[in-house]
Write a protein that binds this ligand. Sequence first.
Ligand code: SF4
Length: 113
Amino acid sequence: MTDLAEEALNLIQSHRQGILQSELWKQLNIDSRKCSRIVKRLLDAGQIERIEFRNEGIKTYLLRAKKKAADPSLILAGCEILPCIRCELECIPEECPLLLDWIYQLALEEYEE
Ligand code: SF4
């Protein structure tokens, strides 16, 4: 993947609700044709999905990153599952005691190995 395609993918992934293609090329500071080629590459690689979208009557596309199945090893600290899975609390990660406990557990697991 080229640096620009990777940058585009990162940008798309950072917008959970998706980003308009017409916005993507502006943010990447490239022209729309070049952006279309990058988008096609990401679509062909199955990394994003594209949904037709009308913005003030003009046809464009909403681009969204495809979700990948989580690697179970990334959400487990020993037998403790990441508390964010199915969490419905108002989220302030920096102040979350559940997350802090989980990270502590993860650190203990790493230390014991
Ligand atoms: S950081 Fe805490 S509040 Fe936020 S989703 Fe995770 S468990 Fe829930």
